[in-house]
Design a protein around this ligand. Sequence first.
Ligand code: F6R
Length: 610
Amino acid sequence: MCGIVGYIGDKNCLPILINGLKRLEYRGYDSAGIGIITNGDSVLIKNKGKVSVLEDRVGEMNLEAPLGIGHTRWATHGIPNETNAHPHTNEDKSLFLIHNGIIENYRTIKNELLKLGYEFASDTDTEVLVHLIDSFINRGNDLCKAVQLTLNEVIGTYGIAVIYKSEPDKVVVARKGSPLVVGLGENENFIASDVSALLAHTKQIIYLDDGELAVVSRDGYKVKTIADQEIEKEIHEISMTLEEIDKGGYTHFMLKEIMEQPDSVFNSMRGRLLFDEGDAKLGGLSDVTNRLINSERIIISACGTSWHAGLVAEYMLENIARLPAEVEYASEFRYRNPVINSNDTVIVISQSGETADTLAALREAKYRGALVLGVCNVVGSTIARESEAGVYIHAGPEIGVASTKAFTSQLIVLALITLLVARRKALSADEGKLIVNALRRLPEQISHILNLNSSIELLANEFKDANNFLYLGRGYNFPVALEGALKLKEISYIHAEGYPAAEMKHGPIALIDENLPVVFIATKDSTYEKVISNIEEVKARGGRLIAIASENDDEIDRLVNHTIKIPDTVEMLRPILTSIPLQLLAYHIAVKKGLNVDQPRNLAKSVTVE
Ligand code: F6R
């Protein structure tokens, strides 16, 4: 959620920290701050609001420093203001600390520290960490030891970075539950919560694991456990490029990412289709294929948009692979004492690979002996590393907070997993070939849908002032209705609900009047006729109707006010096409309302707290 960046080396850290924070701003953007140590002096600058405000203030101060840490915040404890912004500091401002995560026992620690005479400036849980470190330093420990002793007392999650005026040759970082990487350079080293902050400087990365701490200096680094055992870490070479995390001429990352979908979808299946066999080849699953196909049940666990992808996969796995499948909100799964057997396969889906609830579901499923597979976008993310096996979706970095291209790429990978299993069960080679050929056509079909952008923009003009929206679909398109509603509400702040179309008459039909836009996803599939009846029911009550329909469907035009016609594909792949006009509709409505689509209020990319 929050973004962390730090630098130690021969250069001036300030532009590195500010640029790093700008890269991380999509993770949290209610306040920002930096702490630096220079010539025996420590300087703290922080403010409510954007990194650009911080940048202006830093620019006016004309500072230089070889050591510093920076933070962009997504508030958990305490409102977004200057005092609650990070870094937090001790009384004589010799220590600076930034934190991502939640310290659950902060009240207990705070009470102990108050008894020792410590005073607190902020309402955050984080501030206890800096005072506790200070108290251990005052008892004769060096910075590293003081951090270790502090973390021994902490219950909760953290990615932290700490610097200390009396030890200006190091940054100490530690993680439990919140990502942290060390970036390696020459005569300089970096730390960050996300590699995107470091791409301009290095591609050599070390991922810290939970319970690990690193002491990073200008010339090297040492990694150990919180309990002080030294550890050898692998150095990873990052393949992501700077161009991939730039807007590339688009006004918003979200629009860029929507428009990238012909490529991102292609990349998700590149090298993974076996045309002659009508099959899929997924290297990441080769060691576990037998266990997967012999699973008695598939349980899919995820949050938000990834959960919607899981719902589509439930239909795919049951219809095509004939495997029983269930989908669970990760946040419920972890606390529900779920029945999981060693014959089950649990698939966790996460774009970021860092979502706290999904990670907890993964760990619980592993603990209970299920085969655990990860479907992630971010290479090297915690979920990707902790899964027993998995498949990367290769959608490329997704910076817009609203997930778009990751969703369609998740669906591609889930379709490939389905194909892999189905071909080893009941699906014939010919049936498999139909799916493979349909997959192959998707990038071109997506381009065709993206060409409808300007007509969808016109539609957005007409509907931008609505207060509520209803999205309805059946079968594979029911999860698309949920996803369409989520996209709209998260970036336009218009209340929207998704329902299975036939459920409408069991309650939501009461909402329908001439002010309510109702979006039907009504492609020509097995439930088409039923959906048409539902459309008639809405029409009879005066609702304003928009339909996502098949391009050969002329009938539907007489029933609805607006149609968006899309190319046809096999039923299991339709959500990949039907979701795209809904992404564009949400995007244009939010833009027309003058909202910040890439950084909607209260949200953050990658939810690393419960
Ligand atoms: C919605 C959105 C969120 C995420 C959810 C899970 O547009 O982005 O609902 O899908 O927070 O995130 P990941 O997939 O990173 O686990």
